[in-house]
Structures are given as structure tokens and as C-alpha cells.
Write a protein of this length. Structure first.
Lengths: 432, 278
């Protein structure tokens, strides 16, 4: 689809002149206005646009916040309070940025689960999916570093806990983990050098993310969008131009999302963060419970479910890294979970597992919480490593509709493109 | 095995449960039994405040009374380093008159300087000065308080779970030490404090601070007023936030309706066409 010839017609002399030299208007026209998009995308597909908005919002608010922030252990906390109290609209900027991080993750998780449900990672979209996982990794790093900059108690102790994870490498080569941690800290404890490097990287990463987002969209525009049926587009009639159809649909979804976002910013700006982060960092006093932000809780539960520090860290990283391999772990011939009667149950169990792990991550790692944490951690990995390959192999998918048009309008009496039955990504009849 | 057989499903489910169970059992060896149940959890109830809810705003008179309670009681030990006297006259706060702010500021002596002789000088406070701290440093504060550091109160209402509810409950939470409770020397029994042992002696008693507006000078009112005052101190832009929020939310609701109608109109173009061509 992306290879279809351009429909861009430069209408003025200036456009023609630009088009012959740097055809950005043509690129924008072909990729964002005329881009052929399946007509049956549902509202779960609107989160890509929402995420783009969130990235821009975070960068825009963050750049202004950086104008008021002082990256020093003596002034970081107070500079933020100065912003909250004495800078015009400072409270709005800061709450928008802080709540924005939560909203960004909420949208990213929905977007990821949508891809997982509809099989958007399957050929020919593997690279698209892997770039998305890379973005998720970078978002996690960025959010962690941003939370650190507040230099409250939770910031300080989160840095301490997370950076110390690297010392688990001491179990592999004695001393190497400790050296690595000291190198990251820039000293023998979390301190000034740690804060300034986190600040530097927190400012850098969003722009790296923006770069990978460009690649992600590029990789999307080669095969075009997947769709709720998971069937390939078979005729141009099954697509509509991105503009105005999806600009308006994404716009509506974005407005709803912005409303949800605004309710938090204006009426519950601190609901999603921890009160302890309003206490300035104190290296001499450890909080009773060190808990991360809500969007890291499932991973925190996985980390603490494993009794060995090294393997706990491996599981923590593996819980996201495993997503890279999903395109090859899933052996099903159909993309969309809607046509997968067995896998469907495992998928929803996986979603519930993630939510339950989030709850367990907020509880002390003891007693029944730990037992459930371990059972659910086991399911988390089994879902990817066992369920995906095995179920895809033994399951017989439901009959797919003949085409996207048919899925929307029901079986067609005189199919338009019915000269020949188009090849379908359907499970072959099993050989007895 | 061609059908989505219940057998296959059960097999997989069984495998998952068995594996998870085995893994958990294997790992559970070092799972310590949960710590003995803590019976000293902080107990506090939510109170009714004027500033909660989307349309909540501060009660200026309450904040003014709360400031007096802070000034005459709390400020003997607790600093509020993020606040300046000028804040007391700003919109959405106690809203003392400019003259009152100047008077309140001038009641304290602050150290300024060095002057052109290189000496530090004492002068009356100005509205631009930060609230004067009771101790010159943390060590002095500890020395005067039996080793305990009275925390700064600027952000207290956001830095504890429960916020103003917690502060109110703490100030009214002093009780007779129950029999059998092992209270450390110099500590006080308080049901709202985690662990129930607090270094701060009961700070409030009826009539300690004169009220001039007819409010009863009781511990309950003092606690309520100073909690509201500390909420304002922690979140001085709360009223501005609620007011702007109402406008933004109303705008966004209208915008959502417009976008919905626009979306429906644009997409309606597809339907007749789709029906004909199909």
C-alpha cells in the first residue's frame, strides 16, 4: 500500500519548486492524508494517536519545567516547590507532566495489549512490533529517571533500589556488579553526580523515543495497519484515506482521553503518586515501604517473586524482553484473537494477571502476597513461552470472514473482488 | 485434536497450575512467615473539609485561625521553610489584608546581612521573608526536643497518607497509654501515629489560642483549623486549580460532543456508498 503511486499534485509554483527539491509536502500528503487505512479499525486503534500526543505533551511541558528545575541535591526539591508556588502556571505544568507520565503508560499498555490481542506483531509487522517494545523499554527508563529528579524520599530510595539491581552481577563475576553500580552513581553512594546524570539522560531520552517513534510509524506504513479481523486488505475498497476518516476518529478519542487526563490534573493530581515523595530525600532514613509508581508495580512484583537477586533482575528484564520474541513465539496461523477460541481465555487470563501483579507489587512481599506473586509470575512467563506456541499449534481457529468488507457488512452475495478467492491467512485443514 | 477440545484446554490449564504450584512451593521455602500482625496501625477517619471535591475552596477565616494556631503553638518547634509572609495575603489563601501581612511579618526578628561593615544584623521581618524557623539548624532542633527532629510542616498535608485527615487525627489522637503498652521514655501515646508512639507531647489544650471570631477555642477546632491551614500551605494553588479545572473540563466536554458529531457526520459519507458498491 505504501508503495502505491503518490496522489500528490503540487498545485502552486511554490509547491512544485519544493516538491522537486525536498518533497516533504508529498510525504505528508501520502503518509498522513491519503494513506490507505482499513475501514474497520475500532477505537482500540486510536491509542497510537493518543500516544503521539502524550509524547509531544511530555516534551513540551518537560522543556519548560527544565527552565525552572535545578539539578542539584541541595536545590532540586526546593526548585520544584518554587515552581509550584511562585511560577505562573508552574503547578499546571508540573502536574500535567507528572500525571502525563501515568497517562502515557496507561495508553502505552492499552496500545500494547491491543497489538497483542489482534496479532499485530505477526508477519509482516515483526519489526514494527519490536520497535514498539524498544519504545516501551525507553519509556520505562525515562519515567524512572524523571521520577528521580524530584529528589523526594521515594525518588532517592527508588534510585537506590534500582541502581543496586546491577550489583546482582556480583553473582556472575565477583566485584563487577559493585563496580558497575559505583560507575553509574559516580561515587560510592547515590548523590549529586547521580542526580545530574539522571537529569541529562532524562532530557535526552524523549528525543531518542521520538526518533524510534518515526521508525515505528515508518514500519507501520510499509505493510499498513492490521485490523480487527486480522485479514489482509484485499482490495482498495476496503481502505479509506487516513484523512478525514481517521483524523476525526482519532481526534474524538483524543478529546475523550484529554478529558480523562484533565480530571486527574485538576482534581486528583497527587492520587497516582506516593506521599513520601513530598518529603525531601534523606539518605539516613529509609521509608517503611519503597514502592514504585503504579505503572511499574507488575514488574516490581515479578522482581520480588524470585528469591535470587540475580534471577529476579533477569526476570524483571525478561518480563519485557520476552515481548521482542512474541512474533516467533506465537505459532497461530490467524492474527486476531477474536477467531481463537482457546487462546482467547489465556489472553484474558494474562490481562488479569498483569492487573493482579500490579496489586501485589504494591503490597509487602510476604505471606500470601508472595505466594500469589510467584504463581502469577509463573503464568506471566508461561503465557509467552508455553501458551503462545502450544495453543497456536493445537487450536483450530474459527472461520474467518472472507474479507474485511464481509466482516463489516456480512456475507456478500456478489462479491466485488470475487474473480478469484483471495488467499487467506487461515489455518490449513489439519492432516489426520 | 482438530477441535478446540476441552481436553487440550484442560491439559494446558493443568500444566500451568501444576508448574506454577511446583515453582511456588519450591520457592516458598525461604518465604518467611508474615511479620506478627501489627496492632499499632495508624487510625484516622476522613473529616469534612471545605476544600475537597471538584468545587472545594478554602475557608479564609478558617485559614486565618489556623495560621494563629500554627504561629502560637506549632511554630515553637516546627519550621515552614517554603512559606513566606507574603503568601498569607495572596488569593486563595488566608487572604490577610496587606497591612495585616506587614504586621505579622514585622512581629519576628530576622537575621539579615552582612551589612557593609561585614556584620549580620537583626531587623523586623518583611512580607518577602520566609517564615522564621524556630531553630537555626536540625542539630539545634534535635537538641531541644530530646533527639527528635520536628519535621518541617510546609508540605506535611501532602507528605502523609490521609493528608489533613491524618494531621487532624494526630492532633486529637492523644490517649491514655493502654495497660501493657510498652511506651519508651519521653514518648507519648497517640492512636493516629504509626506505631502509636510519638515524641511530640500533646500540643493543644482548650483555650490555648484566643479566637476572636466567635469560634469555640477547643482542641477539636484548633486541630481542624490548623489542618486546613497546612493543606493550604502544601497546596496554595488549590483554588486556582479547581477554578481552571472547571473551565477546562466544561470546554473538553463540549469539544468531545463536537468531535463526536463531526466524526459521525464524516463517517456517514461511507455508509450509502458502501451499501451500493458492496
Amino acid at each position: 500500500m505504501a508503495h502505491s503511486s503518490s496522489s500528490y499534485e503540487p498545485s502552486t509554483g511554490v509547491e512544485k519548486w519544493v516538491d522537486e527539491r525536498l518533497p516533504i509536502p508529498r510525504l505528508m500528503h501520502d503518509q498522513f492524508l491519503a494513506f490507505p487505512t482499513p475501514r474497520n479499525l475500532n477505537y482500540w486503534w486510536t491509542f497510537g494517536g493518543i500516544l503521539t500526543f502524550m509524547l509531544v505533551s511530555q516534551i513540551a511541558t518537560g522543556v519548560v519545567l527544565a527552565m525552572h528545575y535545578v539539578g542539584s541535591v541541595d536545590h532540586a526539591f526546593d526548585s520544584i516547590e518554587h515552581l509550584m508556588r511562585d511560577v505562573n502556571w508552574g503547578w499546571l505544568l508540573r502536574y500535567t507532566h507528572a500525571v502525563g507520565a501515568s497517562m502515557f503508560f496507561l495508553a502505552a499498555y492499552i496500545h500494547t495489549l491491543r497489538g497483542l490481542y489482534y496479532g499485530s506483531y505477526k508477519a509482516p509487522r515483526e519489526i514494527l512490533w519490536m520497535l514498539g517494545v524498544l519504545i516501551l523499554f525507553m519509556m520505562i527508563a525515562t519515567a524512572f529517571m524523571g521520577y528521580s529528579l524530584v529528589w523526594g524520599q521515594m525518588s532517592f530510595w527508588a534510585i537506590t533500589v534500582i541502581t543496586n539491581l546491577f550489583s546482582s552481577l556480583d553473582a556472575v563475576v565477583p566485584g563487577i556488579g559493585t563496580r558497575l553500580v559505583e560507575w553509574i552513581w559516580g561515587g560510592f553512594a547515590v548523590g549529586g553526580p547521580t542526580l545530574t546524570r539522571l537529569y541529562s539522560l532524562h532530557y535526552l531520552f524523549p528525543f531518542l523515543i521520538a526518533g524510534v517513534v518515526v521508525l515505528h510509524i515508518w514500519a507501520l506504513h510499509i505493510p499498513g495497519n492490521n485490523n480487527p479481523t486480522g485479514i489482509d486488505v484485499k482490495s482498495p475498497r476496503e481502505t479509506i484515506p487516513f484523512h478525514p476518516y481517521y483524523t476525526i476518529k482519532d481526534g474524538f478519542a483524543l478529546a475523550l482521553f484529554a478529558l480523562f487526563f484533565a480530571c486527574f490534573v485538576f482534581y486528583a493530581p497527587n492520587l497516582l503518586s506516593h506521599p513520601d515523595n513530598y518529603i525531601p530525600a534523606n539518605p539516613l532514613q529509609t521509608p517503611a515501604h519503597i514502592v514504585p509508581e503504579w505503572y511499574f508495580l507488575p514488574f516490581y512484583a515479578i522482581l520480588r517473586a524470585i528469591p535470587s537477586k540475580l534471577f529476579g533482575v533477569a526476570a524483571l528484564i525478561g518480563s519485557i524482553a520476552v515481548l521482542f520474541f512474541v512474533p516467533w513465539l506465537d505459532t497461530s496461523r490467524v492474527r486476531s484473537t477474536s477467531y481463537r477460541p482457546i487462546y482467547k481465555w489465556f489472553f484474558w487470563a494474562f490481562v488479569l494477571t498483569c492487573i493482579a501483579l500490579g496489586y501485589l507489587g504494591s503490597q509487602p512481599p510476604e505471606g500470601i502476597y508472595l505466594v500469589f506473586g510467584r504463581i502469577l509470575t509463573a503464568y506471566y512467563f508461561l503465557f509467552f513461552l508455553v501458551v503462545m506456541p502450544v495453543v497456536g499449534w493445537i487450536e483450530k481457529p474459527k472461520a474467518l470472514p472472507g474479507s474485511i468488507t464481509e466482516s463489516v457488512l456480512g456475507p456478500q452475495e456478489t462479491p466485488v473482488a470475487a474473480a478469484k478467492p483471495a488467499p487467506q491467512r487461515r489455518a490449513p485443514e489439519p492432516v489426520a | 485434536m482438530t477441535k478446540p477440545s476441552p481436553f487440550g484446554l484442560a491439559l494446558i490449564a493443568g500444566f500451568v497450575v501444576a508448574f506454577a504450584g511446583a515453582l511456588s512451593a519450591a520457592l516458598a521455602e525461604d518465604a518467611k512467615p508474615a511479620a506478627e500482625p501489627v496492632s499499632h496501625e495508624a487510625q484516622f477517619d476522613s473529616q469534612k473539609w471545605s476544600f475537597t471535591g471538584p468545587f472545594g475552596s478554602f475557608d479564609n477565616a478558617q485559614l486565618q485561625r489556623g495560621y494563629h494556631v500554627y504561629k502560637q503553638i506549632c511554630s515553637n518547634c516546627h519550621s515552614m521553610q517554603l512559606l513566606s509572609y507574603r503568601n498569607l495575603g495572596e488569593d486563595g489563601g488566608p487572604e490577610f489584608s496587606p497591612e495585616a501581612v506587614t504586621t505579622l511579618a514585622s512581629e519576628v526578628q530576622v537575621t539579615d546581612g552582612p551589612n557593609d561593615k561585614g556584620e549580620m544584623v537583626q531587623r523586623p521581618g518583611r512580607p518577602s521573608d520566609r517564615f522564621r524557623s524556630p531553630f537555626s539548624n536540625d542539630a539545634a532542633a534535635r537538641a531541644a526536643n530530646g533527639g527528635a527532629l520536628p519535621p518541617d510542616l510546609s508540605l506535611m498535608a501532602k507528605a502523609r497518607p490521609g493528608g489533613p485527615d491524618y494531621i487532624y487525627s494526630l492532633l486529637t489522637g492523644y490517649r491514655q497509654t493502654p495497660a501493657g503498652f510498652d511506651l519508651a521514655p519521653g514518648m507519648h501515646y497517640n492512636i493516629a501515629f504509626p506505631g502509636h508512639q510519638i515524641a511530640m507531647p500533646p500540643p493543644l489544650f482548650d483555650g490555648a489560642v484566643p479566637y476572636t471570631d466567635g469560634t469555640k477555642p477547643t482542641v477539636d477546632n484548633y486541630a481542624r483549623d490548623v489542618s486546613a491551614f497546612l493543606m493550604w500551605a502544601a497546596e496554595p494553588k488549590l483554588e486556582e486549580r479547581h477554578e481552571l479545572g472547571a473551565r477546562v473540563v466544561i470546554f473538553l466536554i463540549a469539544f468531545c460532543v463536537i468531535m463526536f458529531l463531526a466524526k459521525r457526520t464524516v463517517w456517514a459519507r461511507l455508509h450509502p456508498k458502501a451499501a451500493h458498491t458492496a
